[in-house]
Design a binder for this molecule. Structure first.
Ligand code: GDP
Ligand code: ZN
Length: 367
């Protein structure tokens, strides 16, 4: 039967938060042991807020705070939580991540930091009120691809563009910088294009983009009215329980959730070589045709990339931008490696000193 009522009844209470058949299958062994699933909203001070089929739950994260910062439980994770009755309740583990947003940490740390997990769509907001910076868009795209999420570029404030033809031009400019990516022009102010974007965003989404790009305004438009500041948890148990715990995980009226964590907004590249490759997929495809497989596309004979530059099919700006992002990423990787090497040297030195001390102690005892 296809009545709307039967689908209502079979709908999982966490469906609005991104739960689907694949998550259910991954969770099945834990369900058999009596654990409940929970989507992590935020993590702080050794605990986290979760949404579960019973409603919001606060749980201890002691078991999911390993040394490797990339494996620490984070917003968007699907947690395996103790059943009701435990005090405190613990997050026992979390389901393998589909995607993850990682940022490079400040200069003191060599590792990346996990910002959000299981994001399906990365919405890159770009303001049409300023001159388009395609290089910046490409950098956000690299970051998005690297995470495993599908990017979409949203050109905001379209109401400030004088006419539709100009908007169409701007959209097609951005399309040349974003192969495989949908580019939309919207106006949150006038409500244009918001429905199209909303329809696209099933599952879990994040908003990326520069400050002032219009992300908060866009979020409010997607959520309907100014829910951004006052979002209460959806009635997952039908009892009208309200809380502000889902501030970082907002349910969209069109289905799906929006993750909004402060760190994500200004995130930089981290180990994003694969992501960069995907942004410049046409260049990587051309490179397959170069005579030398390690061609640097500088002055090599039989270089398909230079040939495409010559015949005008590849804009020079794209190649420059590709090189710039690769260099940036390599610099970051080299810095990380240097720091890792430094740490290793310290460890070996310490071990050496300990070893010598042990030897001397032994000699002391013997002598
Ligand atoms: P955020 O920093 O990316 O969150 O950007 P905001 O959402 O705070 O928006 C920055 C500025 O752009 C604010 O002054 C908004 O009022 C303005 N803005 C956002 N969306 C639109 C729009 O669709 N049209 C116009 N004209 N202005 C907008
Ligand atoms: Zn080449």
């Amino acid at each position: 039967m296809n009545s709307p009522f039967s689908t209502e009844i079979s709908r999982h209470p966490l469906a609005d938060f991104g739960w689907d058949d694949d998550w259910a299958a991954a969770f099945a062994p834990y369900a058999a042991q009596g654990f409940v699933p929970g989507r992590v909203v935020r993590v702080d001070r050794g605990q986290c807020d979760l949404v579960t089929p019973e409603g919001p739950v606060r749980a201890d994260t002691e078991f999911v705070t390993p040394h490797d910062p990339l494996r620490v439980v984070c917003t968007g994770d699907w947690a395996v939580v103790d059943p009701d009755g435990g005090d405190p309740r613990y997050v026992r583990t979390y389901l393998p991540r589909r995607t993850s947003f990682v940022r490079s940490t400040s200069s003191k740390r060599s590792e990346g930091q996990i910002l959000a997990a299981n994001v399906d769509h990365a919405v890159i907001a770009v303001s049409l009120a300023a001159e388009l910076d395609l290089g910046r868009i490409e950098r956000f795209l690299a970051l998005a691809w690297e995470s495993g999420a599908q990017p979409v570029v949203v050109l905001t404030k379209a109401d400030l563009v004088p006419d539709a033809a100009t908007t169409a031009h701007l959209v097609s400019d951005v399309e040349t910088a974003a192969p495989g990516v949908q580019v939309l022009a919207v106006s949150a102010e006038q409500g244009h294009g918001i429905d199209v974007l909303g329809a696209l965003l099933d599952g879990t989404s994040v908003l990326l983009g520069q400050s002032g790009a219009g992300k908060s305004t866009l979020a409010n438009a997607l959520l309907g009215a100014d829910v951004m500041d006052v979002q209460a948890v959806r009635d997952v148990d039908g009892k009208g329980r309200h809380t502000t715990t889902t501030r970082n995980l907002l349910v969209l009226p069109t289905g799906g959730v929006l993750i909004d964590t402060p760190g994500l907004r200004g995130v930089g590249l981290f180990d994003a070589e694969a992501g960069v490759g995907q942004v410049f997929s046409e260049i990587e495809a051309l490179a397959e045709g170069c005579r030398f497989h390690d061609c640097a596309h500088d002055a090599e004979p039989g270089c398909a990339v230079l040939a495409a530059l010559d015949d005008g099919t590849l804009p020079p700006r794209r190649l420059d931008s590709y090189r710039k992002l690769l260099r940036e990423n390599q610099r970051l990787a080299a810095r990380t490696d240097a720091r890792l090497r430094g740490e290793m040297r310290r460890v070996w030195k310490m071990r050496g000193a300990e070893g010598r001390a042990a030897m001397e102690a032994k000699r002391g005892r013997l002598g």
